[in-house]
Design a protein around this ligand. Structure first.
Ligand code: HEM
Length: 379
């Protein structure tokens, strides 16, 4: 493809061989266009072939293929899940999120790393609580989440070979995830589990529900940690802001929203051209990778503002959580979890040097490397 022929709002990235989309108008078209799809279309493949035995375990590849977003159950799963991942359901978890954030903030060591010692445990356990997982299962489910997140990142980097130890660990973790899922379906209680019960009648076994639990853990925890770490760096750049947040003179949800608008956890939203199409104003061949630049689209309507003043555009005008059919299922909850985590953190006497925060922006999902802090003596 030839760079000079590109219409405004599009750019051909020669290094990565992909089309960049930079404006809200073109992003809207790309995200709603039937010729441009989210990824591999597996809807023709038989679910029966993908399904492990009830007492077995999927291979790593099989597990990712069982995800509802890539198989032919997408529409019924999406319809049922959207009914329960609402702003109201998220709000019903608010007290639980606050209690968990406060518990982890109170347990902070005198010095350490906020991603490891605070945001990781708080955002993991609050996600478990929202799904309706009892506390006794949290330590084991944390192991599931860590392994699934690790393997998913490897998959994104193109790693297809796994060591024998990794394969064994995966099988153990999968058997646990399946038995936990069956227990939760039998007697757990939460809006998510009500939806999961309805969905479990669609297949002969419950592996699709176990895969769904795994998928939700993978989808949400890391981007929430990233969003929180970036927000912390920006909050502590303004020496007055932690105190203003603590005193209620600034709003943690608004600050987080603006930080995520400027520095979204996902740098791009990817799509793939399935059929020849001209919808973006240029001829696109099947197989072309389309990368919608989240920050460019977010900032097109209003330039970056001081996060202390909040987000100058409406939440529906940002692309941080996607748009259209595949809009983030967990957006309501993620916004609340991140804001609650920040609100409880500023209540502790945290000292933090923003220039020591390390966030790797190399891959599509920014990755937190270090958020070092110390606790000051409380007077
Ligand atoms: C700050 C945190 C988060 C960010 C920035 C984020 C961002 C996104 C984005 C941009 C998409 C759209 C992807 C696309 O169109 O290809 C998406 C989809 C999705 N997200 Fe999130 N997400 C976050 C947290 C969560 C949480 C907490 C959950 C689950 C509880 C979750 C579950 C999902 C799911 C299941 C999808 C796929 C929806 C579909 O295809 O219909 N996300 N997310």
């Amino acid at each position: 493809m030839n760079a000079p022929t590109m219409p405004p709002g599009l750019r051909w990235d020669d290094t990565r061989s992909r089309l960049k989309v930079l404006t809200p108008e073109l992003a809207d078209i790309a995200l709603r266009d039937p010729h441009i799809i989210t990824g591999v279309d597996r809807s023709k493949e038989s679910m029966a072939r993908l399904m492990p035995a009830e007492d077995g375990a999927p291979t790593i590849v099989q597990f990712f293929e069982l995800w509802y977003t890539v198989n032919d159950n997408y529409t019924p799963f999406n319809t049922e899940l959207r009914k329960v991942f609402t702003a109201r359901s998220a709000a019903e978890c608010a007290d639980r999120f606050t209690a968990l954030a406060a518990r982890h903030a109170a347990a902070l060591p005198a010095r350490g790393d906020l991603a490891r010692d605070y945001f990781g445990p708080y955002l993991t356990t609050s996600t478990f609580a929202m799904l309706g997982v009892p506390e006794g299962d949290w330590p084991n489910l944390t192991k599931v989440a860590k392994l699934v997140i690790h393997l998913f990142k490897q998959q994104l980097l193109g790693v297809t070979e796994h060591s024998a130890a990794e394969v064994r660990a995966f099988e153990t973790v999968m058997r646990y995830l399946k038995s936990l899922t069956d227990r939760l379906l039998a007697d757990g209680s939460s809006p998510f589990l009500d939806a999961a019960r309805t969905l479990s009648t669609m297949d002969t076994g419950t592996w699709p529900i176990a895969a769904l639990v795994g998928q939700l853990l993978m989808a949400g925890i890391e981007p929430m940690i990233t969003a929180s770490a970036v927000a912390v760096r920006e909050i502590w750049r303004d020496p007055a802001l932690p105190g203003r947040l603590r005193d209620g003179d600034a709003d943690a949800g608004q600050v987080a929203e603006e930080v995520m608008r400027q520095q979204p956890p996902f740098g791009n939203i990817f799509r793939f051209v399935r059929e020849p199409c001209d919808c973006l104003g240029v001829r696109l061949d099947p197989g072309t990778v389309v990368a919608i630049d989240t920050a460019a689209v977010n900032l097109a309507e209003a330039p970056a503002a001081d996060p202390a003043h909040g987000c100058p555009v409406r939440p529906s005008a940002v692309l941080t959580f996607g748009r259209g059919t595949h809009y983030c299922l967990g957006a309501n909850s993620a916004r609340l979890q991140v804001a609650t985590g920040l609100r409880e953190l500023v209540r502790r006497p945290v000292a933090l040097d923003p220039s020591a925060v390390r966030i790797d922006t190399h891959n599509n999902l920014k990755e937190v490397r270090a958020v070092p802090y110390t606790l000051q003596e409380e007077s």
